[in-house]
Design a binder for this molecule. Structure first.
Ligand SMILES: [Zn+2]
Length: 667
């Protein structure tokens, strides 16, 4: 991995971390997130010198950006539980414990899918008083959420137990009912929906205003005694029973003596999980005799004497109600199936979320899967955010056929050769206008905050936007926009117009990305700007000039060439230029002083890496090749230069040192 890729990965993870922890609106699945983290860890293992305190590996997820949060060091670490995925593993583990303690008993419990919280109680008069509530954080340090815990009815503020001190751990969660109620309210208000009950519960518990926490309705089950009198703690099941008698909502548990009983209890939880009013993500098996737990360690991150059984992916049968055909930004048709669970008449409940839509990819997939309205299909979701159909159970009366004309503009559609894609190629198709403009304003491109797809759509349908160049004319209609309230009142309108003005300063690669040229994403755009330095140079480049750029293939080169040679696009670019957008690389250290010169680098450089030297040369218009020839202008030679140095001397090629290169750059 290159340093650039690494930096990009850090940014990407930061973005998703923020979506997950601070905005409670994840865009990718936990699995995908874990994969990104694994890549990052691998890169850091290889290049420890890249790690900074800002790296996501160095931060505590949930508390990274909450300045308002008061951090608390846990008395007892709040660890995770090691997962097992087969019954054989469960049986093997039970046998391992029984080999040492033949009379060991186990508690089998639902693993509630929420977030962990510890409660500290201290004696005050005759009773125990809630003193502190803390989130899990990274397991060692959490966040003080006492004010919010106080408004959760399940959290006992006082406990009538004859102890001096007690620390309980449990799971805070949200019921399906409260979750759906929240999303319905949000939808009516046109606001963002929560992804799943767990994320909403997390966001709610970490609210700064406990009034909001109280309104949304959190619940809690206690599942462990973290600290307290030894004789009380030693038998886990007994302790839960006493807590229950004292009015504490405890997690449903079953005490088992044999591996067979443990497996039965796991199955029982598995069978009921669809009917529970909350989500669970497994079953926990704990050694009931708490002092024995430490003998069965599972690694420093995990609780000793615990395992968590993960159920295989859930599958549901659904019935297709409707097939929605949409036109994407590039004109490509997309197909989405809308469905319900015929058993409940509602969206399917799967892995903790309500699902009512799945992508149907393309016409070939639709035909192969025999998809049509009224058909029944298996649906699965294995920890992924995107649900997939998995086979037809009951065929529909008719298999769905893609339309022949664009559902948005009515122009005939084209089926592309060699692909399964169907496209609308009408350049003035309004569907593409909204998407094209939204892409232009998106985070990867011009990053105009507040100008998202919904607002773009409103501005397009009110006639203010036809192309992205019109964005920069919006300021001429300020008062009109305020009157109509399309963006909002004065304040919001001015804020957005300010963001638009600010975007003019963006680096030119952002603008190039935003143009939406096929195959030109942000990486290609960056490469292009590094190579050509300006839009002018790109516009006047020939097709072969474009193909000479590293990592630009024939298809991309052609797409870029065609784009810049179309009259309509040229007019748009001119308008953007007149509006004052940045179309030249701004870095003053970059110029063309090495234009037409060819360099070869050899030996070990002391102040920089070879790639860095190559980048310096290329950024100043020079070319770097691998072997010395008559055409070579300079050989940059470091220590222990070998045959290339000899050859350069033979051919009379100028040999320079790193210092010479620096001098050439500074003059
Ligand atoms: Zn169309």
């Amino acid at each position: 991995m290159t340093k650039d890729k690494y930096t990009e990965l850090v940014k990407e993870i930061d973005y998703h971390m923020n979506r997950y922890y601070n905005e409670d609106a994840p865009e990718i699945s936990d699995y995908e997130y874990d994969q990104l983290m694994l890549q990052l860890k691998a890169a850091e293992a290889e290049h420890p010198e890249w790690i900074t305190p800002d790296s996501p590996t160095q931060k505590i997820g949930g508390t990274a950006k909450r300045e308002a949060g008061v951090k608390v060091e846990h008395h007892v670490p709040m660890l995770s539980i090691e997962d097992v995925f087969t019954k054989e593993d469960v049986v093997a583990w039970v046998h391992k414990v029984h080999a040492v303690h033949p009379d060991a008993k186990f508690s089998v419990e639902q693993k509630i899918d929420g977030l962990s919280m510890s409660l500290r109680y201290r004696k005050n008069g005759d009773a125990l008083q809630l003193e502190l509530a803390e989130t899990r954080g990274d397991g060692l340090i959490g966040e003080d959420v006492t004010a919010n815990a106080m408004v959760i009815p399940d959290v006992q503020k006082q406990l009538n137990l004859p102890f001096d001190y007690l620390e309980l751990r449990g799971e805070v969660y949200m019921s399906h009912e409260d979750f759906e109620h929240y999303n319905e309210t949000q939808e009516k208000a046109g606001k963002k929906l929560a992804a799943n009950p767990r994320n909403l519960a997390a966001g709610t518990l970490r609210q700064l205003d406990s009034k909001i926490t109280a309104e949304r309705g959190l619940r809690m089950f206690i599942f462990n005694v973290q600290d307290g009198p030894l004789d009380f703690m030693s038998q886990h099941g007994e302790a839960l029973k006493q807590l229950e008698e004292a009015g504490v909502p405890t997690v449903p548990y079953r005490i088992c003596s044999t591996a067979e009983e443990v497996c039965d209890a796991i199955d029982e939880i598995g069978e009921m999980r669809g009917e529970l009013d909350y989500d669970i993500d497994g079953a926990v098996v704990k050694i009931d005799h708490t002092q024995w737990r430490d003998e069965f360690e599972a690694g420093s991150k995990y609780s000793s004497g615990h395992i968590a059984y993960k159920y295989p992916p859930e599958e549901k049968v659904i019935e297709i109600d409707r097939i929605i055909v949409d036109v994407g930004r590039t004109g490509k048709l997309t197909f989405t199936g809308e469905f319900h669970d015929p058993n409940t008449g509602k969206p399917a409940r799967l892995c903790g979320t309500s699902v009512s839509r799945a992508t149907l990819h393309n016409q070939d997939y639709i035909r192969e899967m025999q998809i049509g309205v009224g058909g029944h299909y298996k649906l699965f979701k294995s920890g992924e955010i995107i649900p997939k159909l998995n086979g037809c159970v009951k065929t529909p009366k008719e298999i769905f056929e893609a339309p022949k004309v664009c559902p948005v503009c009515g122009e005939p559609l084209i089926r592309e050769e060699d692909t399964a894609d169907i496209r609308c190629v009408n350049p003035s198709c309004p569907a593409q206008t909204v998407r094209t403009i939204s892409y232009f304003t998106s985070r990867d491109a011009m990053n105009i905050m507040g100008l998202g797809e919904t607002l773009v759509e409103a501005l397009v349908s009110n006639g203010y936007l036809k192309t992205y160049a019109d964005i920069y004319d919006l300021k001429n209609y300020r008062d009109e926009l305020v009157d109509k309230g399309i963006i909002g009142k004065d304040k919001n309108t001015d804020k957005l117009l300010g963001e638009i003005e600010k975007s003019k300063e963006n680096a030119p690669e952002r603008l190039l990305t935003g143009l939406g040229i096929r195959n030109v994403g942000k990486t290609t755009a960056k490469t292009m700007i590094r190579h050509f330095h300006s839009f002018d140079a790109i516009t006047s480049a020939s097709l072969s000039d474009l193909m000479r750029v590293d990592d630009i293939g024939e298809i991309s080169a052609k797409a870029i060439y065609d784009f810049f040679h179309e009259k309509q696009n040229q007019e748009i670019i001119d308008r953007l230029r007149n509006a004052g957008l940045t179309m030249e690389e701004v870095d003053a250290s970059i110029d063309d002083r090495f234009a037409g010169k060819t360099f070869v680098i050899t030996g070990t450089l002391t102040n920089m890496k070879r790639q860095e030297a190559a980048a310096l040369i290329e950024n100043h218009g020079g070319k770097v090749t691998g072997s010395v020839s008559k055409k070579t202008d300079y050989l940059l030679a470091g220590e222990n230069a070998g045959s290339k140095l000899t050859k350069a001397n033979d051919l009379g090629v100028a040999v320079i040192t790193e210092d010479d290169l620096q001098t050439m750059l500074e003059s």
